[in-house]
Design a protein around this ligand. Structure first.
Ligand SMILES: Nc1ncnc2c1ncn2[C@@H]1O[C@H](COP(=O)(O)OP(=O)(O)OP(=O)(O)O)[C@@H](O)[C@H]1O
Length: 253
């Protein structure tokens, strides 16, 4: 497989961790495509936040990237391999009979992860995630925000090349959500993660995204991808959504 490179904001190049090419999908029984010829690239080490109205196909794309949806056409290429893509959904889906540490270390039980799973590294990861003090606590005793941090930890423990997050904080109260956004930003920097984040929340996209992809948008559901420039504000994005029109000149793809 060839190695792709992509221009970055700083003028250098970054390899493409994930490349989606002309992907289409229509669910059985539906007359409208959920994905209509979607192309995008996720660069290694970036957090791409994907905004879009309900029903515009964000989750379908995420699931397609994760290999959970069959495609009518198009392709998803991950570098170096597709089995190193981890997913976290809105609901943490923890195993209630296991502790925090056991949930985070769950991936080590699977044969396919054994060569890359380091149980000692789980302790370090719990520290980075701020979960060391909770390691032996049953997950049934956690708050919603703590549980979602454990879910992210479980995904990270298999050392994925790409992490897919589908509305990971949307079930949480606003204060907890803000805390977890700060937490995720710090963890992503510390571990140099590559993240594809689906969110409804413009403020979350602005707080976390190195780039922001607009899925759907002002010209109908056109599925365009418009990277945000540095310093983009929530107001600018909301105005763009509401008013449509041309993509601001400084938002160069
Ligand atoms: N399993 C399914 N079977 C049939 N149609 C589906 C299925 N999942 C999604 N759809 C349809 O595909 C379209 C895209 O849905 P999708 O959930 O990907 O959008 P979304 O942008 O993630 O929305 P939301 O933000 O509400 O989660 C919608 O019209 C939805 O009704």
């Amino acid at each position: 497989m060839s190695t792709h490179t992509e221009p970055t904001r700083s003028g250098g190049t970054a390899s493409a961790a994930l490349r989606v090419t002309e992907v289409s999908k229509t669910y059985p029984g539906s007359s409208t495509p959920a994905l209509d010829n979607v192309s995008m690239t996720l660069r290694a080490g970036e957090l791409l936040a994907v905004l879009g109205p309900s029903g515009s196909g964000k989750s379908t794309l995420l699931r397609a990237i994760a290999g959970l949806e069959s495609l009518d056409s198009g392709s998803v290429e991950a570098q170096p391999a597709h089995d190193r893509v981890a997913v976290v959904f809105q609901s943490p889906g923890l195993f209630p009979w296991l502790s925090v540490r056991e949930n985070v270390a769950l991936g080590g039980r699977y044969k396919r992860n054994r060569d890359r799973f380091d149980h000692d590294a789980v302790e370090d990861l719990l520290g980075v995630l701020g979960l060391a003090g909770l390691a032996d606590v049953p997950v049934t005793e956690l708050s919603g925000g703590q549980a979602q941090r454990v879910a992210v930890g479980r995904a990270l423990a298999v050392r994925p090349d790409v992490v897919l997050l589908d509305e990971p904080f949307s079930a949480l109260d606003p204060a907890t959500r803000e805390d977890l956004q700060v937490w995720l930003r710090n963890v992503a920097r510390e571990l140099n993660l590559t993240i594809f984040l689906v969110t409804h929340d413009v403020a979350e996209a602005v707080a976390l995204g190195d780039r922001i992809g607009f899925f759907g948008g002002p010209q109908g559901f056109s599925r365009e991808w418009v990277p945000a420039r540095d310093g983009t504000t929530v107001e600018e994005i909301v105005a763009y959504y509401r008013n449509g029109g041309d993509v601001p000149g400084s938002w160069v793809i």
